[in-house]
Design a protein around this ligand. Structure first.
Ligand code: URA
Length: 264
């Protein structure tokens, strides 16, 4: 099938070699990822490398079950408007609450089949109140488009932290813990068929592990009962575009977890 100019652009942006694309479940989009890693990929540091040889194709689940983590502030029974208000008014992390422009709750379909989880808002997200609206967000949108998905109607996108950490530093363990209940409740309310963890911080947080990203990629995990796939953070892919094809592989793995036909 002839690809439209738009889809060619999306695939090129994703680093997917068009000559390898095959039609499949999603007409006009590649059904399978390149069989091998992209030839141009340089050796990556261990932390970002592919799955360890011999690692199982599906892990048994988080080392620390998120269900065991106490829900902060009694959010477990809140509905969407109540949860959103609770996030908006949260001052659990004094530094973040003092410096934020606004909280960044999440965006998309609140009963989406796909849930994408990032790390924390950056400067642009803090300004606009929406996750992934900077450069990394544009790449995420391209990744979604390559899957035939739109951020407003087919997926829900949230972060581990709902406030921007100053200078885009990593979330501290205390901050992640304080925000945990909000994300857990979002996941309960969305009831996604698959979760995609974007980057190490989101993956470690959701799986309750300190494993490096390279160990978590390439396996099918579970958050409670929900299949969870770990992939690179879009900001990392902006720095290392040669790994986009591996990210596409991860997204294919996630798509295979959907329990019914796409669009059905
Ligand atoms: N990076 C993230 O992890 N989340 C955002 O919302 C933006 C950038």
């Amino acid at each position: 099938m002839e690809l439209s100019a738009r889809k060619r652009r999306i695939l090129a942006d994703m680093g997917i070699p068009i000559w390898r694309a095959r039609d499949g479940a999603f007409p006009g989009l590649p059904a399978a990822v390149p069989a091998a890693d992209p030839p141009a990929a340089p050796l990556m540091p261990e932390v970002e490398s592919a799955q360890a040889p011999g690692a199982p194709s599906e892990t048994s689940g988080p080392l620390v079950s998120p269900a065991d983590v106490p829900v902060e502030g009694g959010v477990a029974a809140l509905d969407w408007p109540e949860l959103e208000a609770r996030v908006r008014d949260c001052t659990a992390c004094a530094e973040l609450a003092a410096q934020r422009t606004q909280t960044v709750f999440g965006v998309g379909d609140r009963r989406a089949r796909w849930l994408f989880v990032g790390e924390a808002p950056g400067a642009e997200e803090d300004r606009r109140g929406e996750p992934f609206v900077g450069r990394a967000g544009q790449l995420l949108d391209s990744m979604l488009a390559a899957l035939g998905l739109d951020r407003r109607q087919d997926v829900f996108i949230a972060n581990v932290l709902k406030c921007r950490p100053p200078n885009n530093r990593d979330p501290s363990p205390d901050e992640s813990r304080a925000c945990r209940g909000f994300l857990d409740r979002q996941i309960e309310l969305v009831q996604p068929e698959v979760i995609v963890a974007l980057g190490r911080i989101a993956a470690q947080h959701l799986l309750g592990t300190d494993q490096p990203l390279g160990r978590m990629r390439g396996s099918l995990h579970r958050y409670r009962e929900v299949p969870l796939v770990v992939t690179y953070h879009p900001a990392y892919l902006l720095r290392k575009p040669q790994d986009k094809a591996k990210a596409w592989q991860d997204l294919q793995r996630a798509r295979a977890c959907l329990t019914s036909a796409p669009g059905g």
